[in-house]
Structure formats: structure tokens, C-alpha cells
Design a protein around this ligand. Structure first.
Ligand code: GRF
Length: 202
């Protein structure tokens, strides 16, 4: 089975997927929405084809209409992915909300997507989830956090979870240390979740 991985940044989760390629899956292509994403280097080092799908050309095409720019971006992203014919799309540190302009054509093509989110279901949807969990812990509002792999739907980070990994939070722990613990759990979850998603399809 082949997967396409979407990234926006360092790609440490992509690296985990690269390091665990085998009979369960192979990464056929990596798409980044940021040309400076270090994850592109990681893909190149692993001889995995990459492409950049950036919003700027779409904003130039629709200078006064950001929603039209995003719709075109999403439509053409779906087209690129369909041409790659993956069995699964894995969003790993992908920081662009995918609308139905992208999700509908992929659904119709039978190409599912999963996403890694560094929080528990429904706890801190959206960006900066780790920081927000840390603040909530400092305020005594929560005692644990975690990360999850979920099916991607139009509602941000609200798709049905495939895999949830909980992390007990520790007093006196710095945000950096919590973040490091979450990332190391993510690197296991992203591989496990990818295999589960592919098994789900079979
Ligand atoms: C991770 O916490 C991921 O869950 C979030 O972005 C962070 C960076 O991931 N979406 P990576 O190192 O780019 O894989």
C-alpha cells in the first residue's frame, strides 16, 4: 500500500513514517504547503518525491477573495493527490484546514485521510493545542493530555479517532519537556495509526 504524507514543518512525524516503511506501507510522495519545511529535506534524504502546494499563487489569482483562493488551493490539492493514487493520505504536522473542496473529491475517489492532533478528542481542537493544554494544566483544569490519530472530516480535528494515546501531566514540568514527551508519543502514534487506517480499508 502507498501513502501520501502532507506536512508543513519540521516533519519529525514524517521521519517516523519514513523510518518504519515496510510491507505495511511505502511513502510514495510528500506534499508540503511550505517551501521551507525541513520535512522536505527528510523526504529527499529518503529518496521520496516531494512537491510544494503553497497558497501564494492562489492568493495572486484571487487577490480580493481569500475564500476563493483557498477553494482553488483545496481543489487542486485534491487533484494532485488523486493523480498519485495513494491508498491513504496522512496529515502529519499539516497546518492547513482542508475544506470539502478537497475532502469531497477525495471521498468520491475512495481516498481516506487521517490526521495527527496533539490533544485528546474534543479537548483542544485547532492550533497551539499543546500550549493550551499546558495552560489548562497550570490552572488545574486538566490532569492529562495526549495525542490522537483521527479520520479527517470537514470539522477541524473532530473526525472519529482511530487511536488515542493519553499522557499524564506532571507538576513542575516545563512546556518544552511536555512538548518533547508528546512528540515522542506522536512518533509512535503516527505509525500505528497509519497501519490501522490501512488495515481498516482492506
Ligand atoms: C506536531 O505536534 C503535530 O501534531 C502538529 O505539528 C507538530 C509538528 O509536527 N500538527 P512535525 O514535527 O512537523 O511532524
Amino acid at each position: 500500500p502507498s501513502i501520501v504524507v502532507l506536512i508543513s514543518g519540521s516533519g519529525s512525524n514524517l521521519q517516523a513514517l519514513v523510518d518504519n516503511q515496510g510491507s505495511d506501507y511505502k511513502i510514495s510522495h510528500v506534499i508540503s504547503n511550505k517551501k521551507a519545511a525541513y520535512g522536505l529535506e527528510r523526504a529527499a534524504k529518503a529518496s521520496i518525491p516531494t512537491s510544494i502546494h503553497n497558497i501564494v499563487p492562489y492568493k495572486k489569482r484571487h487577490p480580493d477573495d481569500v475564500s476563493a483562493a483557498r477553494a482553488d488551493f483545496d481543489k487542486e490539492l485534491a487533484q494532485k493527490i488523486k493523480e498519485l493514487k495513494p491508498d491513504l493520505v496522512v496529515c502529519a504536522g499539516w497546518m492547513h484546514i482542508l475544506s470539502s473542496e478537497c475532502l469531497r473529491p477525495l471521498r468520491e475517489a475512495g481516498i481516506p485521510l487521517i490526521n495527527l492532533h496533539p490533544a485528546l478528542p474534543g479537548a483542544f481542537d485547532g492550533a497551539h493545542a499543546i500550549d493550551r493544554a499546558y495552560d489548562a494544566f497550570q490552572k488545574g483544569e486538566i490532569t492529562k493530555t495526549g495525542c490522537m490519530i483521527h479520520w479527517v472530516i470537514e470539522e477541524v480535528d473532530r473526525g472519529e479517532p482511530l487511536l488515542i494515546k493519553e499522557i499524564e501531566m506532571k507538576k513542575e514540568e516545563s512546556l518544552d519537556d511536555l512538548e518533547a514527551r508528546i512528540h515522542s508519543v506522536e512518533h509512535v502514534a503516527i505509525v500505528e495509526g497509519t497501519k490501522m487506517a490501512l488495515a481498516h480499508r482492506a
